[in-house]
Design a protein around this ligand. Structure first.
Ligand SMILES: *Cc1c(COP(=O)(O)O)cnc(C)c1O
Length: 310
């Protein structure tokens, strides 16, 4: 089972096995569809969701390496940075995180968390950050930090996608007509479409405004795009980490009804989209929809207190 694989990689913390929650709603009943949610958020209160899976092969490599050092990249609210810091801390791997933008006086909750977990933070101006994939920059990293394992921003890599393939294990034995998930870098989406064995349609809800580059990303990851999948660009709510009152109200109502917390950057947008598409009869009667809760709840800490009712 993948759970024990995950557990082997981080023996120091107890991980829960994710489970599937069946969601009950008058809308679903009325439209005669079934909606379930794979609760990757339940794996661990701090490190949960898709990030752990994307890190899997990098952590494995670092643990086996003589140079136990990981360098990665992200913004001030990056779930990826937080997950990397935490996992490295628990695996006795040194971690260095390059942050997009100048250091602000008050660090975000995410960055403070990274520091608490022993991550060395380096701040890059937005213009320098644009060059993080250039060979010159990578050379300087080697000179400055020595041998290390590099994880691209957001884990965007074939290795990250391969880790995300492990997620499919949790639902492949049950029939679903649709699998829905939020996509940013599309690494997780690539992992899911690569490992899909069944005839379901996989829908990626893109939470970035820069439409149309998801296909490009899938190509870069050399994902297997022969299966049934689609990318929905209609529910980004203005772009990455942008929100509206409607979105926040939806997340609160969803929590009241299902007691499942969603985050406003990813899973809130995906579930809003799923419900809206159900309302608009996108899904045929009898559809069995599985939504993947990809975790990321620490992102909600950037909201003012009291906005969310959980
Ligand atoms: C990072 C993240 C995603 C997006 O994953 P990608 O692999 O970058 O597409 C989705 N949901 C949550 C909660 C995340 O933190």
């Amino acid at each position: 089972m993948p759970q024990s694989i995950m557990q082997d990689i981080i023996p120091k913390i107890a991980l829960n096995t994710p489970f599937i929650s069946i969601l009950k709603d008058r809308l679903y009943q009325h439209k005669e569809v079934e909606v379930a949610m794979l609760r990757l958020d339940e794996i661990h209160p701090v490190i949960s969701g898709n990030k752990l899976f994307k890190l899997y092969y990098f952590l494995k490599e670092a643990k086996d390496a003589t140079h136990k050092k990981i360098i990665t990249f992200g913004g001030a609210y990056s779930n990826h940075l937080a997950a990397t810091a935490f996992a490295c801390n628990k695996c006795d791997i040194q971690s260095i995180g390059f942050v997009r933008g100048e250091r602000s006086k008050v660090l975000s909750h995410t960055l403070s968390f990274c520091i608490e977990n022993g991550m060395q933070l380096e701040f890059l101006s937005r213009s320098s950050y644009q060059n993080i994939n250039d060979s010159n920059f990578l050379q300087t990293l080697k000179k400055k930090y020595g041998e290390h394992i590099l994880i691209p921003e957001g884990g965007f890599s074939k290795k990250g996608a391969k880790g995300a393939e492990l997620i499919t294990q949790y639902f492949k034995d049950t029939y679903y007509s649709h699998i829905c998930l939020a996509t940013g870098t599309a690494t997780t989406f690539a992992g899911i479409i690569n490992s899909a064995e069944n005839e379901y349609e996989i829908i990626g809800f893109c939470i970035l405004k820069s439409n149309n580059d998801t296909e490009d990303r899938l190509n870069k990851l050399q994902a297997n795009t022969s299966g049934k999948y689609s990318i929905n660009n209609d529910y980004h709510f203005g772009g990455y980490a942008k929100k509206t009152n409607d979105l926040i109200a939806f997340i609160n109502a969803f929590y009241d009804q299902h007691k499942i917390p969603l985050d406003f950057v990813y899973t809130g947008k995906m579930m809003f989209g799923v419900n809206d598409l159900i309302q608009k009869n996108y899904f045929l009667t009898g559809s069995k929809i599985l939504c993947i809760h990809t975790g990321g709840l620490q992102g909600n800490n950037s909201l003012p207190k009291g906005i969310l009712n959980f």
